[in-house]
Design a protein around this ligand. Structure first.
Ligand code: SIN
Length: 491
């Protein structure tokens, strides 16, 4: 089925992406089952796609396995050139890719285009990094030996990407793998497979050899994930999603000791100390909490504000939050789109109800905007304690709970008191405090006087149960390379 007018009316060139069900890189559907993709803002049908399962995944893996050897045998420069061409095509089609993303995921169009640019930045970064894979020589402990380390691609990589960043997560995972010489089998989230399909259509134009990129559309995430984890031809799994699913995939990978990169849940603290610049802290909190409607793994989940600035911060922050407009991502000036589904709304409502029952106060928002839709008012709560669900669990929505604190050492202990360790933020100006707090926070990423830190140039990833491995930077490339020690004797 081709894309419906509910999608194509937003595109300047609907033909560019073909019908998204007949690309070379798409696994060949073996059955007749389909699934539908809807716009979460309007409920309109955007596309009907073949629903693939284990059989198609096996075929895609076989194809990737053969193609990987050829791709790895090319020079790094040749791989880099293809990545550069893909980067340029994505840049050239940012507007259409952004429109597809807004249609299937709901985020405001400006944010969607910025995500596409971020995706392109990963391709650019790893087109460059492809040429910078270095080994090493080691001073041997005896004169008749020479010792070296070479780096080689890990092999076929199975990737599973989430719905909240359906373009940048694809690029963030697969560009380092491709630069390293790996082949890919990708299963995008069933809610948001279209922008991934469109990116793969552009990848074909960029000239990837047949079989290097393989796409599985599927509403059967569990079965496809299981096959990727247990098929011996797949050497690595890269997944972004919940800690619960990450644990399951890791267990499935255990029998083959398969390598994993996992970017999982978070419960990010955002701490405002008495010596912070309050204007900057309010701006940073808006970014860290409400970007993508609060549906990011690095969203500020708990805002701790020191007693001396608590009231001023809460008042100014709530006043700003109340001005954020919520609506269809295609409407002008919308800051927050819909929640992805009604389950997401139910969690936010449960967190608010629990907080109110235990003494919390609503400073703004707190209600659904439409009774049937998934639009929800951006909400600020105060009088929050660490015992409330909202401070313990990842909300993944536009809800900001503020916790008052007195003691700087105590707040760091509370901030670390979680199974998660993905992102943390804090605002302070005293240099000694900045260093001490940055070092004490048990998180893979710490934003100091900033509410946004995601970048292709930096290692994105978490500690504790927030994941394994890093994406972006030169470290992201290492995650797709095997280290091989060569020992030459008899010299
Ligand atoms: C994520 O939520 O996984 C990604 C967020 C980001 O790139 O900032």
């Amino acid at each position: 089925m081709t894309l419906t007018p509910a999608l194509t009316r937003h595109l300047s060139n609907p033909d560019l992406f073909g019908d998204l069900t007949s690309m070379r890189s798409l696994a060949k559907p073996l059955g007749k089952e389909t699934f539908q993709v809807f716009n979460p803002s309007t409920g309109e049908l955007l596309a009907e796609l073949p629903d693939m399962g284990v059989a198609e995944t096996k075929e895609a893996i076989d194809k990737a396995y053969v193609a990987q050897a050829e791709w790895a045998a090319m020079t790094a420069r040749a791989r880099s050139d293809v990545l550069w061409r893909w980067h340029q095509l994505i840049v050239d089609h940012t507007d259409d890719l952004g429109a597809i993303l807004t249609a299937e995921m709901g985020k405001p169009l400006a944010e969607a285009k910025s995500e596409v640019s971020h995706a392109a930045a990963y391709l650019q970064w790893y087109a460059e990094e492809a040429n910078r894979i270095y080994g090493e020589t080691i001073s041997a402990p005896s004169t008749d030996r020479r010792m070296l380390v070479i780096k080689q691609p890990i092999g076929v990589v199975g990737t599973i990407t989430p719905w909240n960043f359906p373009a940048s997560m694809v690029a963030r995972k697969i560009s380092p793998a491709l630069a390293a010489g790996c082949a890919i089998v990708l299963k995008p989230a069933e809610q948001t497979p279209l922008v991934a399909g469109a990116m793969f259509a552009l990848a074909e134009k960029a000239g990837f050899p047949d079989g290097v990129l393989n796409l599985i559309y599927s509403a059967e995430g569990d079965a496809v994930g299981h096959e990727l984890c247990t098929n011996a031809k797949v050497r690595k799994i890269s997944f972004t999603g919940s800690t619960e699913v990450g644990r399951l995939l890791m267990r499935q990978c255990a029998d083959q000791i398969k390598k994993v990169s996992l970017e999982l849940g978070g419960n990010a603290p955002f701490i405002v100390f008495d010596d912070a610049d309050i204007d900057a802290a309010v701006d940073g909190a808006i970014q860290a909490k409400f970007r993508n409607g609060g549906q990011t793994c690095v969203s500020a989940n708990r805002l701790y504000v020191q007693a001396g600035v608590h009231d001023e911060f809460a008042e100014r922050f709530a006043a700003r939050v109340a001005t954020l407009s919520v609506g269809d991502g295609f409407a002008p000036d919308v800051a927050i789109g819909p929640l992805i589904d009604t389950r997401a709304r139910a969690k936010i409502e449960a967190h608010i109800a629990d907080a109110l029952e235990k003494g919390g106060t609503i400073r703004c928002g707190g209600k659904r905007i439409t009774s049937d839709g998934t639009f929800f008012q951006p909400t600020v709560l105060t009088d929050i304690s660490s015992a409330m669900r909202v401070a313990q669990e990842e909300t993944f929505g536009p809800l900001a709970p503020i916790i008052r604190f007195e003691d700087a050492d105590q707040v760091v202990r509370e901030a670390n008191d979680t199974i998660y360790g993905l992102a943390a933020y804090f605002y302070a100006s005293n240099l000694k405090r900045v260093w001490r707090v940055a070092e004490a926070l048990e998180y893979g990423m710490v934003g100091i006087n900033t509410g946004r830190m995601s970048s292709e140039a930096a290692p994105f990833g978490g500690m504790k149960q927030s994941g394994i491995g890093r994406e972006g930077s030169r470290h992201g490339l290492e995650d797709y390379l095997e280290m091989k020690y060569l020992c030459m004797g008899g010299i």
